[in-house]
Ligand binder design. Structure first.
Ligand code: 5GP
Length: 192
């Protein structure tokens, strides 16, 4: 049988701060390793292939779907696919580590349903939709059209919060990071 570690899932609308929290936990908890997703979008800013994402073509992505290489995938934005490769989870478990995900809300729930008690699904809740919009606009990395699409998706995603194991309020980043560390450390200690 293949090795099975645990899965820590962080989901939220983009701009809620989940990426910052995930990076903090990766620094603080050495047993965790980041699940690098595959995506068909272009790298942003200083993002690097095989570190932030596996940046692949749409053709390659569709081929991998056909070969059932993904545990989950979503067309997160129209024409842009994101997905978790089975091989990525196994790669991390084989090293004796637990996997941490920064993933969209539907993808997060999908993984939770699949891995059940082996997974902890945390929804990062921004203070309000207004704050979220401000953060997304402030990033300055997306076109007006892409921003509008992210706003619509964010509004819809906030309704999914109750389906997660835990709702982590991110009103103040430092507090949210500290709370996340306690939650994850406790979950990793638990026998399943
Ligand atoms: P971004 O383009 O801002 O990096 O990501 C857009 C959204 O896609 C974010 O909510 C991010 O968490 C999500 N995402 C990243 N990787 C995956 C994945 O493997 N599967 C799914 N379903 N969503 C992902």
């Amino acid at each position: 049988m293949s090795t099975q570690g645990k899965l820590i899932i962080f989901s939220a609308p983009s701009g809620a701060g989940k990426t910052t929290i995930v990076r903090h936990l990766l620094k603080e908890i050495p047993d965790l390793e980041f699940s690098i997703s595959a995506t068909t979008r272009q790298p942003r800013g200083d993002e690097r292939d095989e570190k932030d994402y596996y940046f692949i073509s749409k053709e390659d992505f569709l081929h991998r779907i056909a070969k059932k290489q993904f545990v989950e995938f979503e067309e997160v934005y129209s024409g842009t696919f994101y997905g978790t490769l089975r091989s990525e989870i196994q790669r991390i478990w084989d090293k004796g580590k637990h996997v941490i995900f920064d993933i969209d809300v539907e993808g997060g729930l999908h993984l939770k349903r699949k891995y059940e008690e082996h997974a902890l699904a945390i929804f990062v809740q921004p203070p309000s939709l207004e704050v979220l919009k401000k953060r997304l606009t402030g990033r300055g990395t997306d076109s007006a059209e892409k921003l509008a699409e992210r706003f619509v998706k964010a509004e819809k995603e906030l309704n999914y919060a109750p389906q997660f194991d835990i709702i982590l309020k991110n009103h103040e980043l430092e507090t949210a990071c500290a709370e996340a560390k306690v939650l994850v450390t406790d979950f990793l200690k638990k026998d399943i």
